[in-house]
Design a protein around this ligand. Sequence first.
Ligand code: 5MM
Length: 351
Amino acid sequence: MNTQDIIDTAKALVADDKGLLAMDESNPTCNKRFAALGIPQNEEARRAYREMIVDTPGLGESISGVILFDETILQQKKDGTPFVKALNDAGIIPGIKVDLGAKEMAGHPGEKITEGLDGLRDRLTEYFKMGARFAKWRAVIVIGEGIPSRGCIDANAHALARYASLCQEAGLAPIVEPEVLMDGVHTLEQCCEVTENVLRTVFNQLYLQRVILEGIILKPNMVLPGLSCPEQESVDEIADATVNCLMQAVPAAVPGIAFLSGGQSGELASTRLNAMNVRFKSRMPWALAFSFARAIQQPALEIWQGKEINVPKAQQALYHRTKCNQAARRGEYNTGLEKHIYDNTVYKHHK
Ligand code: 5MM
């Protein structure tokens, strides 16, 4: 392991007000999203969709790294260019999702444990050879009646730390993703309490497993009221709750925090990220960035609809969301930007 390379990768992932694009949906998730729009659910459709994303002109202006899925990392563009080469040529670091999914947790009804540690060391070595320089593992925490349990939080945090340690041994910077889900009737305060508890446990485990904190990126949820909670706080209240929670639990050695979007709309995710950077940027020890899947991809997917003729317009929509999120990192986003779509033909030189 070359520690400095891993630290450099982690720093590069949050440099220049850029962020990550997650396109690591497993086949069932990708197929589900395609099915909702009547797009064929097969390997070629998934490849064509990912080619549309990877090929977006100007993507590297605001995207530092792309998280790929096992099926995708060895795929190629129609002209034979491997996706990994296309990303590197665009100045984007290729990454790979290495967990094998969140499964029902034995003895813990309603809770999940992420699997994938067995054989992980060898898989990481292979992914490094394929060109990945960072990895991602997601743990899922549900808020509900009597949950999350101590057992669930501890087991998921332990797995995240074991994964992160193995990544660094293999020369990969680990993205550590403990996601507290938005589903439920819980309040903002409950989400804050659970998120802080989870993050403190995760960092305790990372310490025990001797993970170099300078060489990771944390990918948490924003602190939000449950989707079915009657009280929905303002953007500024959510920004305050989220950053205050992170300040309590995330060591300053971590170079960057890149939020997941968790099902928020693109505009809302950008608005909330922007508010955090406007209100706290000068006081935060880490960069506050994004690692969105749906909040970047969804408009483009809806335009693409599986048809080659729609590729330029879909790419324009994708580019627009990435630029909006870069603006949010700078605290320069406002909804007025949504009326005047960032156009990758017009904004070619807008960095
Ligand atoms: C939480 O999901 C991650 C971020 O995506 P959103 O911004 O849409 O919340 C995402 O990377 C997720 O881990 C992948 O899409 C993989 O999901 P599955 O469930 O297919 O493994």
